[in-house]
Ligand binder design. Sequence first.
Ligand SMILES: Cc1cc2nc3c(=O)[nH]c(=O)nc-3n(C[C@H](O)[C@H](O)[C@H](O)COP(=O)(O)OP(=O)(O)OC[C@H]3O[C@@H](n4cnc5c(N)ncnc54)[C@H](O)[C@@H]3O)c2cc1C
Length: 273
Amino acid sequence: MTNPSDPYDLFDLHVLRTERLGPSMVRVTFGVPDGFVSAGRDQRIKLFFPHPHQDEPLLPRDSTPDSWFLDWRAMDPAERGIMRTYTVRARRPGELDVDFALHEGATGPAATWAAHAAPGARIATLGPTGPDNGGWDFQPPADAPVVIAGDLTALPAIAGNLASLPAGVDVQAWIEIPHPEDRQDLPTKADASITWVAPGDLLETVRAAAFPDTAYAWIAGESSQVKALRRHLVNDRGLNRRAVTFTGYWRRGASEEDLLAEAFAGGSPATEE
Ligand SMILES: Cc1cc2nc3c(=O)[nH]c(=O)nc-3n(C[C@H](O)[C@H](O)[C@H](O)COP(=O)(O)OP(=O)(O)OC[C@H]3O[C@@H](n4cnc5c(N)ncnc54)[C@H](O)[C@@H]3O)c2cc1C
């Protein structure tokens, strides 16, 4: 998307309720002010969490939308709100749902916070104020078949992508989940075939699937898996590289701070070819 016109702004969030969706995911429903607007699909937002010694995240509240990020970066990392990227799972009047994957093994501040979130807990979001906000990527051409692949962290975005599709579109989606009980209902008007895949099987499952080289593809999840999937789609299956939207949502062994520091140092881990 070029030249988005709707800026992001800071919104306070407070937990209204939580719901365990399966062994590996918890839905947190937040109270959110009216000005927060989601475009649906894979709408991403920044969430800010407090450190263990704080009740709410410390943020540069007097900053303008333009200077906000640099002002946050200039703050003491041991005190400033801990920033992580998440997806809007649903937006209703006064409410926002975010679905958090609960990592097995290594865990970070966001997953830990979500696992223990209780009504009244406060965090904040840098979120969109309108639909033309540049923070979503799922843009299939009107008449193309669609293929979607991702892991549990991509499941909220995949749910939004599927819900956005009109009737008559052919979609194949492969979603890797830690446990069979992590499956969810994913309503869509499209003609969708959804396959739930066991850990480690995503690439092989996509390799074995039949779909036309005219497809539009959307891939997200662990960075190295995303790169391998993209390589397969472009190099082996002949998809047009511009028809493949791909995003590393996390990288094994690296926190989001590590990835941000790397991006500032000149790399771009989430979108590397
Ligand atoms: C655009 C975008 C949208 C996203 N949407 C969602 C979403 O809706 N729901 C969601 O759950 N995640 C989502 N993610 C992924 C999420 O931002 C990362 O998983 C993030 O690292 C979690 O923060 P943390 O503080 O728990 O872990 P970090 O402190 O960032 O990392 C700590 C350790 O945990 C590991 N780790 C991180 N994520 C996982 C994981 N899923 N499984 C196993 N180990 C992990 C890291 O490699 C690291 O070793 C999204 C990411 C992006 C870029």
